[in-house]
Every structure is written in C-alpha cells, then in structure tokens.
Design a protein around this ligand. Structure first.
Ligand code: F6P
Length: 539
C-alpha cells in the first residue's frame, strides 16, 4: 500500500498551529518556566537510559497538543506500520525500507515480497561474526602468514560515514586492529593512508551497495595496484573482501566469492551501517559490540513503533523540529554532543537528514510551497563553545540545537566530567534565559558597553541525556535520529529514501572527465569552459 499523500499545510492541525503561532511567537520560555513549576517534568521523556528534556523549547501545552494532532492528521501511525511491514514506501525506487529488520531478533517476521528476510539477515550476521572472530583472533592471516594489523574501509557516503562515525565513537571499545577509512576520490586521501600500511598485514574492505561508485572503485583499484606491487594476484583472495548488492561487479574486480558479504536493495545506503556495511565496525570493536549496537537500535525501533506519540522520543523531536522549520522559519539545526567521542556525529547525520529530506516535490510529484529538510551542522562541546556559539547566543538567526550528553565518563575522570557537565547544563540554561539589561547593569558594566552584553535568550534546545556511551546506547541514539527523519518525511509529504539530487553532478563529472583527454568540448557555460581550459593548462 502506498503512503498517503497529504499536504500538511491544509490539515486542521496546521491551521491551528498557524493561528497559535501568531499568539505565542514572542512568548519567552523563561516566563513559561516561571508560570509552571511542572514544566520540565511535563516536557521530559524518560526511557531506558535516555532522559530527554524538551522543555527548553518555545512551546506551550497547546502547541504540543496541535503538533500531536498534526502527527495524526498526516496518518503517521499508519505510515510507521507501512514501513515496518515492508511495504514499498520508497516508491520512486520501488523498494521497501527495512533497515529496522537488520537489528530485529531472529524470530521476527519482516517480509519483502511476501518472503521473510530474517533467515537471510541472520546468515549474513553469522558470516560477519565468523569472519570478525577469525581476523580479530589472528586465525585468518595475510599472504605471508602474518596476522592482520590494519583494516582499510573503502567506501563513500553511507558506505563510509556510518562505519567511520561508529568506529570513531566506539574507540574506547576498540581492539588491536588499526582502522582506516578511504572515501574521497582526491588521490591525496588514499595516498596518505597508504603511507601507514604494510601490504602483508592489511585487510581491505570495499563497501559499495552498487559497486559502481566512481570514488570507491578508483580508491579500490589504486589500493589493489599498490598491493600487487608486493603480492601476487592470488593473494587478493586473502586481503580483499567486499560488501555489495552487485555480486557480478565484485567478482569482476577479482574478489573471491567467499569474501563477498551481501546486502539488499531494501536497505538504503545512509541507513546501512547495521548490515554487512558495518563489517569494519565489527572488526574494530568485535562482533559482540557490533551486535549490542544493533540491539540498542532495535530497542529504539520498538519504542518508536509502540509508544504513544506524546512519549515517543523520535516523534516528539521531529514535531518540535517541524515547529521551528515551518512556523518560525528556522533554517538549520545544530547537533552539539558533549562528548569528544561523538566528533563525527553531525557529519554522519548530515547525510542521513539532508540526503533524505532535502526534497522539494511532494509524494504526488508536485512542487512544494513550504519548507522541508533542515540544514544540519555541529561540533562537540566544549570546543564549539569557543567556535560558533557566539552566533547562536547573540546572532540574528534562530538555531534550535540538540545537546547530547552522557552522565558517566568512560575513563572515569570525575574532575573533567564535572567540568564538561557543568558546561553542558550551563549552555542550555544561558540559551534559555539570556541576560537582561538589568543583569548587565548590576555587573557594573559601563553604559556604552551595556547593549553588547545583553543576551536575548529564548533560544531553543533539546537535552538528550544518556547514562553512558556504549555500543547499545549509540545504537539507540542513531536509530532515534533515523526515525526522526522518517517522521519528518511523512509530515512534509516527501519521499525520504531516494537521492536523485546527487545524480546530476555525477553525470556532468563523467562528461567533463572525458573532455580532459580529448579536444572535443561538450556544451558548457562560459564559466565552466574557462575553468576547464584553465585546468588543462595547469595540470
Ligand atoms: O551520494 C549518493 C549515494 O548513492 C549515497 O546515497 C550512498 O550512500 C553513496 O552514494 C555510496 O553508494 P554505494 O554504496 O553504492 O557506493
């Protein structure tokens, strides 16, 4: 069954929200807190080891009620059911969207075209487990009989960002293997990685759903050529493995059939780290930790699927984000983890969120006249406090932010943890309250400087506070954002699971590439012609 196509802006709830927005747009959150001592409790969801406080938002109980009505008006409950039951909700590509099946228990029943996919998933999981154990325990060796010391993940987009982010985030849980990620077609990337490698002890994991991606194949060929300078062709079988749906192309590359880890077209690239695309994660932190990551995601799936919307974390975060995006006109959202481990988290989410919901045509194929996908950016605190926080505090733009923190430090350094946490809490408090003229005056500030020291405040934040960073809680956190993406796509009446917008540039790049080595020029604008000729001259 197709997803319903409902223009959100003509629903009753949207109209109520519009009228309501006029009433509350200037309301100060600090007044709302002053009026209602229960506000924080009312707008907090406690679930498993998550404490999600969304009270520091420019919402009232009435706003929340209308936002929940919006979820009903766009038939969100039915859409969730359609997703989980394997319906072809990625209609433009004719595919189901079942990354949730990858983390479901063995006895679950996820059907694609009437066939339960769980047995296949568990076969691949078993293969990942077996392979991981052999490499980690040094039972599988390189062509000269030495154990592997390094793993190179070769992929881009969803075949790189997810694994790279998770490996970096879970570095505390890492084993002895050193992992490297090669993604950019910029040859300097692969060559810098090569400098660190020994062909005898390096395992290459080529990850490409399509196995046609220019960047990945170029890097894989460069690494293969480098490897073959020291080893013979038959050593490839020991050192190269691939994750792909395109078995034919993988074999043509020279990879042994036993070294192919299949994936499926019902898993989108940016939602694929739970599949064999996560092989490098499993190698880096061990299969049990990889499995815990999946179990965490599955817990969030169950929460999302079953919980009432007013206590449903991904739904609530999605609705609040729609409130700012579509009513306040906020253009971007910041993701600020108070954990250095989550250094790559915003970059990872950029693909998930912006590739999914960066759409301007609705599910009927008509142009949209309201805002869709938000711009995502961010860096860990406290570093970001010393970089871009000035603009969030005193700039002219409204930037809702998710503050993500962990109560416990992994290394147990309480002094640092206290300081980190005090900043984590202080920033959302400062963004909420700001600083009034009276407060600035009371500090003894000279008259001429007073205006510059006033903070308007009233800047919205969500606090996502998690007990401890673990493979399981990371799985929960990633799945939380995946479901937020889905909810927003449903509300905005767009297809979140295709990415045609990345194709045009690829097509033009391949045309231009041909022109570098020929005298014929395709038709280009004069700017592109000049640049192309300049490159030919310079290179
Ligand atoms: O950037 C477009 C895209 O198709 C992404 O969606 C995907 O994650 C990436 O390219 C890599 O694709 P593949 O895994 O097929 O190499």
């Amino acid at each position: 069954m197709a997803l319903p196509s409902i223009n959100p802006t003509i629903t009753n709830s949207w109209n109520k929200l519009k009228a309501h927005f006029d009433d509350v747009k200037d309301v100060k959150m600090k007044d709302l807190f002053a009026k209602d001592s229960q506000r924080a409790n009312k707008f907090t969801i406690k679930w498993e080891d998550f404490y999600v406080d969304f009270s520091k938002n420019r919402i009232t109980e009435e706003t929340f009620k209308y936002l929940l009505e919006l979820a009903d008006d766009v038939k969100l409950k039915a859409a969730i059911k359609s997703q989980f039951s394997g319906e072809i909700i990625n209609e433009t590509e004719g595919r189901a969207v079942l990354h949730t099946a990858l983390r479901a228990p063995k006895d679950a029943d996820f059907k694609v075209d009437g066939v339960n996919v769980m047995p296949e998933i568990y076969q691949v999981k078993q293969k990942i487990e077996g392979f991981t154990n052999e490499v980690v325990n040094s039972d599988r060796k390189g062509y000269t009989g030495k154990a592997f010391t390094d793993v190179v993940n070769i992929g881009i987009g969803g075949s790189d960002l997810g694994p790279a982010m998770v490996v970096d985030t879970l570095q505390y849980y890492k084993n002895h293997l050193t992992t490297h990620f090669v993604s950019n077609v910029d040859g300097d990337h692969v060559n810098e990685v090569i400098k660190k490698l020994d062909p005898e002890t390096t395992l290459f994991v080529i990850v490409s759903k399509t196995f046609t991606t220019q960047e990945t194949l170029s890097n894989a060929n460069t690494l293969k050529a480098w490897f073959l300078k020291s080893a013979s062709e038959d050593a490839i079988a020991k050192h190269f493995v691939a994750v792909s749906t395109n078995i034919k192309n993988v074999k043509a590359f020279g990879i042994d059939e036993n070294n192919i880890f299949p994936m499926w077209d019902w898993v989108g690239g940016r939602f694929s780290l739970w599949s064999a695309v996560g092989l490098t994660i499993s190698l880096a932190v061990g299969y049990n930790n990889f499995d815990s990551l999946l179990k965490g995601a599955n817990k969030m799936d169950e929460h999302f699927k079953n919980e009432d919307f007013d206590k449903n974390i991904p739904v609530v975060l999605a609705l609040i984000s729609v409130w700012y995006n579509n009513f306040f006109g906020a253009e971007s959202e910041a993701i600020i983890p108070y954990s250095q481990y989550l250094n790559q988290f915003a970059t990872y989410l950029q693909q998930g969120i912006m590739e999914s919901n960066g759409k301007s045509v609705d599910r009927n194929g008509n142009p949209i006249d309201y805002q869709t996908g938000t711009i995502i950016w961010g860096e860990p605190g406290t570093n970001s406090q010393h970089a871009f926080f000035q603009l969030i505090h005193q700039g002219t733009k409204l930037i809702p932010a998710d503050f993500i923190g962990f109560a416990k430090s992994l290394h147990g350094n309480q002094d640092h943890q206290d300081k980190l946490t005090s900043n984590f809490l202080a920033q959302t408090e400062a963004l909420l309250n700001g600083k009034t003229r009276e407060e600035v005056v009371a500090e003894g500030t000279s008259e001429s400087i007073i205006p510059f020291k006033i903070f308007e405040g009233n800047k919205p934040t969500n606090t996502i506070y998690i007990n401890k960073l673990s493979p399981e809680s990371l799985g929960e956190l990633i799945a939380m954002y995946e479901h937020k993406i889905f909810v927003q796509g449903i509300i905005w009446n767009i297809f979140s699971y295709d990415q045609f917008g990345v194709e045009l540039g690829k097509q033009l790049a391949s045309k231009i590439l041909q022109e570098f080595n020929s005298s014929t020029n395709n038709e280009h604008d004069s700017s592109t012609i000049n640049l192309l000729n300049y490159y030919k001259q310079m290179s």
